[in-house]
Design a protein around this ligand. Sequence first.
Ligand SMILES: Nc1ncnc2c1ncn2[C@@H]1O[C@H](COP(=O)(O)OP(=O)(O)OP(=O)(O)O)[C@@H](O)[C@H]1O
Length: 295
Amino acid sequence: MELEIHEISKHFREKKTVNKFSLKITPGVWGLLGANGAGKTTLMRIIAGIIKPTSGSVTYNGIPIGELQEKYRNILGYLPQNFGFDPDFSVNDYLNYIGALKGLGAADVLERIEDLTEKLNLTELKNKKITKLSGGMKQRVGIAQALLNEPEILILDEPTSGLDPGERIRFRNLISEFARDRIVIISTHIVSDVEYIATMNAVMKEGKLLSCGTTADLVRTVENHVWSSVISIRDLYEYDRKVRIVNTRNVDASRVSIRYLAEKPVNDSSISRKPSLEDLYLWMFPQEEKEAEDL
Ligand SMILES: Nc1ncnc2c1ncn2[C@@H]1O[C@H](COP(=O)(O)OP(=O)(O)OP(=O)(O)O)[C@@H](O)[C@H]1O
């Protein structure tokens, strides 16, 4: 099973939203990381066959997805960033409707809905109208519809937005279990959501593939660039100007412990720390605010 992206470009007027992007995607969980506007959604919509690239192609087991048509749609699950639904639909109606669209038999749909609503903690909400649900609940319904046909290729665009920490953990477990022998592509800028489940990560910047590898491979780039130090609270502002502070933790009324990124330690008390994917992300995208929430 191999999904191959060959030199994909997508231009909107003169803007190169995706720029000669190539990647071979094998089974496992792939994290697609990048700042806002990096082109992740556009690339995912191309992989899902929703929009056509300006140039390049996507092949599945060597066959262009455009030629596979319905066969490709039948093995695909897709969670768009904003998914639409009829306002009158209850969770159950909606999932049944998606099941019918995907050509699943009634008994299979019933079984899948039972299983997914339980795993996504939606059982109690099955008869509620989707419009009445919170953002996180709606997102879980979106994840359920993407998984309904047990797709070989699952594309999830920002799947964890709106989920609370408990739901994020449940989501990660569900995806890890599901991903065996399947391709799962997850775009996010909440790095901690893919850090522990992604087999591979592709980092995208300004439409291009910046780097690609396992989490361990990628974080090696920032080895010896991650430090921690206990400093006086009074000096925090000065440190913030000198180095990229990843996080801070109060030690007592006058001191704070900082984790920071720098090529060299900036004081004698700094201790070298094991880098995480989030450190790498902030190193590559220094303009990005720290968005990951500590779980
Ligand atoms: N249909 C379109 N017409 C014109 N420009 C577009 C269109 N779709 C995307 N763009 C532009 O392409 C760029 C990349 O957008 P895209 O949504 O793919 O990025 P992203 O990495 O998913 O960002 P985010 O995380 O904010 O969703 C943006 O500048 C966006 O305005």
